[in-house]
Ligand binder design. Sequence first.
Ligand SMILES: NC(=O)c1ccc[n+]([C@@H]2O[C@H](COP(=O)([O-])OP(=O)(O)OC[C@H]3O[C@@H](n4cnc5c(N)ncnc54)[C@H](OP(=O)(O)O)[C@@H]3O)[C@@H](O)[C@H]2O)c1
Length: 206
Amino acid sequence: MSTISIIGSGGMATAIGGRIAKAGHTVEVVSRDLAKAQALADKLASGTITGTYGATPVGDIVILAVPYTHALAVLADFGKALDGKVIIDITNPVAPDLSGLITPHGSSGAQEIAKGAPASAHVVKAFNTVFGHVLAQDQRLDAFMAADDAHAKARVSIFLESLGLRPLDVGGLQMAQTLESLGLMMIGLAKNGAGTWDIALHVDIG
Ligand SMILES: NC(=O)c1ccc[n+]([C@@H]2O[C@H](COP(=O)([O-])OP(=O)(O)OC[C@H]3O[C@@H](n4cnc5c(N)ncnc54)[C@H](OP(=O)(O)O)[C@@H]3O)[C@@H](O)[C@H]2O)c1
């Protein structure tokens, strides 16, 4: 069992934190507002701890659970405090009107976040194709991930498996472009053809 740090205290921090706590890991909640971090910590599990925003997180895995539009500013606030960390980028960099992605052409939110993270950190894209309320339902969902560093990817794969998810490696970090498009696709599907937000992507293998 290990300590996993989450930056953010919103819907996804709550959903992912809930699964982490149920899996028996310790969750460290880090918020700009200590009262919000404490409120989420109280909701998750008795051993949940809070961290100081901008200070070195306890966990070797740090989940960045903030809007994409603020992710680079958050990374700047932490600076070298994220040295050597495995940073899980869960963001969906979608335009407010859902007309597309707001990332630079030929890049992804994850690749931009990697540029803003310390060189010694490793960014892994994961969780962005899963809706928070579905994640909270404790099903064995498919968890797609993309990353360049093999060790970071292996670490996150074990972590995802420990949460009762099925890790599915889609390739290098450039594949985050595809995962982010899939995140937008899921929103479009929920609002249109599916007619419900209770949906999840599933891949049949073999
Ligand atoms: N909702 C979903 O189902 C879903 C699914 C997949 C991916 N995502 C992605 O997950 C991320 C979080 O989504 P969410 O639904 O949890 O959003 P949310 O409920 O709005 O929470 C976002 C959190 O980000 C932090 N934050 C907001 N503005 C910030 C700023 N200027 N600087 C630093 N931190 C800031 C806040 O935490 P503090 O106030 O505590 O600092 C806030 O609680 C987003 O990137 C979203 O695209 C969401």
